[in-house]
Design a protein around this ligand. Structure first.
Ligand code: SAM
Length: 736
């Protein structure tokens, strides 16, 4: 679909029509369709539409791919031995055929659209369309590598339905519901066997075929060859050991790190009497799984035993850095910024640091994250590498296509990276089941998972659980380096905070509950989330940040937004909105609108602006350090800029005090020469506070108060650190 030729309304209409069609299909539940196309017709129209889609994909820019998530259904958790075979003619519409499996052979090349599609036949010579969702993208694994010529597919507990295209077909959402059956498997009917009797080929020649595939970069194919070689009845123990080492390499290349460790016989505490290659591959797999201390041990062993191994020297340096980041939270933030800028997809090579924090129960909010000891404003609490990350380049040629994901059950629509994120997460835990527990433990509302992790020795991945976790724990993040974004915000007052399309899952940070007031702030550098305390916190305080930035004007919109997360915020701000008479809220909004109008009027009426601000201020009853006055800090900011340009330093300091007070700060010494300038209680940290403190610094300097000026500079740096995540780049942004 071309964004340029389709306006928003038409797109919505089209999607709604498809949604309706899918809904009405549910009324046909149990039917055996009589109007199915013949096998030849099916193949013919499939070949044409897949050719058309390839041409479209190559020529179109600004493409929106739509994808519909059907009502949730559970993955198959039955062992294959307990399932009975069925055939295409037995299939009933909109039914999950529990207790059965369907054996099919591909009769067309696989094609990639929203899913990987193929036409396949059963043993009774009937054909059907198969749609396999959440597979890797074409650049990672070609559709034709997933389903090669004559591939045999076993679909567990098949789901037969009307597709968004109106055709009938099988929809496979769970990665574990499809088994790609190897030609050596006795389940394959004789008529479907290809390439002679593979088992008669020797293990050696199968191994060599595996090597050949590796040389061509066909790692999946090599895994098939090596697996056949290992299973070969005449393969010797020695041969198997060598082949396992080779297969481990192919597993490494396809990001199946758990399998690398299994093939090499690694487990924590094992004796590392490995070959040079095996040690290095073990180290690489452990590194990719984020198991840095184990990786360090293996790399040290490699370095000791093979001191001339140059890769080991490089790896040792890398992993030592990761360990110190993980243990002490020491990061070279400038380098992180540079890396994020350099990479087209800013997935950074750093470890996660978690400060003095603990997950505990939080009354009325499920679990929450608490500090185990007192911390100061600006302290680093988390610097976390994304567990899953989907990058969407904005304002560039690359941004020309994106996916709109429509959940037909919850009716939630996700634009941007969400669809990619879902695939990334499902693939990651499917390939590396050891990573599943920490992800699956994240909040997933009332959705119940499959209750089992493995069947027939293979991992079970419930895509709907992944989707639910993703939608309740996802955070949007800027596509580029945070420094860049904050620089823009700091320099341009009117910049709108538009929702980010890049997004990700950060496991530790996912335990932080929402509060409109908040006591920590998150910032991003590439796919790293940095969480810092935005005020001093006593031990055992629960962390909270805003899922959506609140403002007086948008209290209702915020409430609605938070409802999509399934809760109502009870923070002091929301409580105050509830406790304030509607007439007062209406008056406040009216005054705020008048203020806005006055802003744009020429000539600017300063006296009127100041009067209106005082009137808005009077609509708040609670002290600002209890209920921050979010409606007025921005107009005060405008005044401060005017004062800084035209008025005396004393007046500038009054402007500074007004902003800080409205945001709930309690400060001493802004307006006095005898008391030192000091924040005694932190309020809500806004990005613009950096500028506020810099105005304070200039005013103090003019008033010959160098100590206060220095303290103001220190606060500017501290706020910069809180909002940007680091202050190594403070000088370059503020030219100091
Ligand atoms: C990202 S998770 C936060 C961790 C979650 N509380 C847990 O138990 O894992 C988001 C979910 O936490 C809950 N939550 C977050 N902030 C809350 C708040 N202020 N009040 C009530 N529930 C909240 C909601 O159920 C929300 O969908």
């Amino acid at each position: 679909m071309d964004l340029k030729t389709l306006d928003g309304n038409k797109l919505i209409e089209k999607i709604k029509a498809q949604q309706e069609m899918l809904k009405s299909a549910s009324e046909r539940q149990g039917q055996r369709p009589q109007d199915r196309k013949s096998k030849d017709e099916m193949v013919h129209s499939f070949m044409i539409s897949s050719m058309m889609s390839q041409i479209q994909m190559a020529s179109q820019r600004n493409v929106i791919h739509q994808s519909f998530i059907p009502p949730a259904y559970r993955p198959s958790i039955s062992p294959l031995a307990e399932l009975r075979p069925i055939f295409i003619r037995d299939l009933q519409l909109e039914i999950h055929h529990r207790g059965t499996y369907l054996l099919l052979k591909a009769i067309t090349p696989a094609s990639r659209m929203n899913a990987v599609l193929v036409i396949a036949e059963d043993e009774r010579d009937e054909a059907i369309m198969v749609e396999i969702y959440h597979q890797e993208t074409e650049d990672v694994r070609e559709a034709t590598s997933l389903i090669g010529n004559d591939a045999v597919l076993l679909i567990k507990e098949p789901y037969f339905k009307v597709m968004a295209s109106g055709e009938y077909g099988l929809r496979i959402d769970h990665l574990s519901d499809i088994i790609f059956v190897d030609q050596t498997n006795s389940m394959i009917p004789t008529a479907w066997r290809t390439g002679g009797n593979i088992l008669e080929t020797s293990a050696e020649s199968l191994k060599l075929s595996g090597h050949k595939a590796v040389r061509r970069g066909k790692y999946w194919e090599s895994i098939t060859m090596y697996t056949r070689a290992i299973a070969h009845e005449r393969a010797t123990g020695e041969e198997i050991e060598v082949i396992l080492r080779n297969r481990a390499f192919a597993f490494l290349k396809t990001q199946q790190y758990d399998a690398v460790l299994t093939d090499l016989g690694y487990h924590p505490g094992c004796n590392l009497k490995f070959s040079e290659k095996a040690l290095y591959r073990t180290a690489e797999a452990l590194y990719s799984l984020g198991r840095f201390s184990e990786c360090l041990e293996v790399t040290r062993r490699l370095h000791i035993e093979f001191p001339n191994n140059q890769q080991a020297i490089v790896m040792l340096d890398r992993v030592q850095n990761r360990c110190s980041e993980q243990q002490a939270g020491t990061y070279k933030f400038k380098q992180l910024q540079l890396d994020a800028k350099r990479l087209s997809i800013p997935q950074l090579d750093y470890a996660t640091y978690v400060g003095p924090l603990e997950v505990r129960n939080s009354e009325g909010k499920g679990r929450g994250l608490f500090v185990t000891k007192a911390v100061k404003a600006g302290d680093l609490l988390i610097c976390e590498k994304a567990f899953g990350y989907a990058h969407v380049a904005e304002n560039s040629e690359e941004s020309s296509s994106c996916t709109l994901l429509v959940n037909t059950e919850t009716e939630r629509w996700f634009m941007g990276g969400h669809a990619n994120l879902l695939r990334t997460l499902a693939q990651k835990i499917h390939k590396n089941p050891s990573l599943a527990p920490s992800f699956s433990a994240l909040f997933h509302g009332d959705y119940e998972g499959p209750g089992t992790r493995e069947v027939d020795g293979a991992p079970v991945v419930d895509t709907f659980l992944v989707e639910r976790i993703a939608s309740l724990n996802v955070f949007g993040c800027p596509p580029d380096s945070s420094l860049h974004t904050h620089q823009r915000i700091i320099q341009n007052e009117n910049i709108e905070e538009k929702p980010y399309q890049s997004c990700g899952i950060w496991i530790k940070a996912s335990y932080i509950n929402h509060s409109c007031v908040g006591n920590v702030r998150r910032a991003f550098v590439g796919d790293m989330m940095i969480v810092r305390a935005s005020r001093d916190l006593e031990a055992d305080t629960e962390l909270a940040f805003t899922y959506k930035k609140p403002s007086d004007e948008t209290a209702e919109a915020n409430k609605k937004f938070l409802k999509t997360w399934g809760f109502t915020c009870q923070c002091s701000l929301c409580q105050d909105v509830q406790d304030t008479k509607e007439s007062v809220l209406i008056k406040r909004r009216k005054l705020l609108r008048e203020l806005e109008k006055t802003c744009g009027a020429f000539p600017f009426q300063l006296a009127k602006f100041e009067r209106l601000l005082k009137d808005v201020d009077k609509t708040y009853k609670q002290p600002a350090n209890i209920v921050p006055r979010l409606g007025i800090w921005a107009p005060y900011m405008l005044l401060l800029r005017m004062y800084a340009a035209e008025k005396t330093s004393r007046e500038v300091l009054v402007g500074v005090e007004n902003i800080l007070n409205s945001l709930g700060f309690v400060v001493h010494g802004v307006n006095s020469t005898s008391t030192a300038f000091e924040i005694v209680q932190w309020g809500v940290t806004q990005n613009h506070l950096v500028e506020v403190f810099l105005h304070a610094r200039d005013a103090f300097r003019t008033l010959q108060l160098p100590d206060d000026a220095e303290r103001a500079t220190a606060y500017a740096r501290l706020v910069f650190k809180i909002v940007v995540g680091e202050n190594d780049s403070f000088e370059s942004v503020h030219g100091i």
